[in-house]
Design a protein around this ligand. Structure first.
Ligand SMILES: N[C@@H](CCC[C@H](N)C(=O)O)C(=O)O
Length: 287
């Protein structure tokens, strides 16, 4: 079987984008992971699948598979690549579309300068809905946020990290660090991702506050490891920072792969994510 694909990225978070409207696509978890494999496959943080939507008022359905082949709810940088892809392929003539995801509807809009702004919906802040199991844990309030102490078992002994938990459709745990370049992202990231208090695993964000409108961010992504940028991770970090009283909207997010901008007006309001979406090459792979 041959599969046509487009390689894209958003601030270095890279994707294989597959049109499942004009070709038959029905792959297993192992096949998605094989496509995303960086040595034996094409290589990507996520595979994005473009389908027709069966939901009233939606233009497309957007499915997301992590590098490990697991299907997940949301991908912010991917949403920008998605709208660029459907535009370049002539699948729509609209600049603003509504897209059905596993966990709600998002609304990306292609701007005149080629960047994309995505209405990512409102963040979910109730721990049980992230989901995060806070039973028996004594969290404490900082501004409008609750910080949760999480014990991370490492070879050198246990270490406690203090986390905000936020869902942007997918789960995030965000901590503030003094210097993100020295943060133990590779060591603590997988321990947080697989911590038993996160029943669906979690994306682990490490945020350095540089000013009230600027952060540096690294994210150890669930099912993908550290990526060069994470869109939903940027939204979650900014929401956590605003709720803790450390940031004011809009916030410029500096990731290792590029710059993103996040705006949030507060509880109940949607988060807006703006950034680049770039087509790298087209290909065809035999499965
Ligand atoms: N890179 C993404 C997030 C992709 C999904 C994530 N790894 C998860 O498992 O939830 C983004 O830009 O949001």
């Amino acid at each position: 079987m041959k599969l046509k694909f487009t390689k894209m990225h958003g601030a270095g978070n890279d994707f294989i984008v597959v049109d499942a409207i004009n070709q038959q696509v029905d792959l297993s978890t192992q096949q998605w992971a094989a496509l995303a494999d960086r040595r034996f496959g094409i290589g990507a943080d996520q595979v994005l699948v473009v389908q027709k939507s069966d939901t009233e008022g939606c233009d497309f359905r957007y499915r997301i598979f992590n590098n490990d082949g697991g299907e997940v709810e949301q991908c912010g940088n991917g949403a920008r690549a998605f709208v660029k892809f459907v535009t370049e392929k002539g699948l729509t003539t609209q600049r603003a579309i509504r897209v059905q995801t596993m966990n709600g509807i998002i609304a990306p809009r292609l701007e005149d300068d080629g960047s994309v702004t995505v209405d990512m919906g409102a963040p979910v802040l109730e721990p049980a809905l992230v989901p995060f199991d806070s039973a028996g844990l004594a969290g404490w309030a900082e501004g409008g946020d609750t910080l949760w102490p999480l014990s991370i078992e490492q070879p050198g002994g246990a270490n406690t990290v203090f986390l905000s938990v936020v869902s942007m459709g997918n789960p995030h745990a965000v901590q503030v660090v003094d210097d993100v370049d020295c943060a133990p992202v590779e060591q603590s990231g997988p321990l947080i991702e697989h911590h038993p208090r996160f029943p669906n695993r979690v994306n682990a964000g490490f945020m350095q506050i540089e000013g009230r409108h600027r952060i540096k961010l690294r994210v150890y992504e669930r099912g993908a490891g550290e990526t060069l940028a994470c869109g939903t991770g940027s939204c979650a970090a900014v929401v956590a920072g605003i709720r803790r009283g450390l940031l004011d909207s809009p916030v410029q997010v500096s990731a290792r792969g590029g710059e993103l901008s996040v705006a949030w007006a507060g509880i109940g309001a949607p988060v807006y994510l703006t950034g680049p979406a770039v087509t790298v090459f087209e290909g065809e792979v035999t499965l």
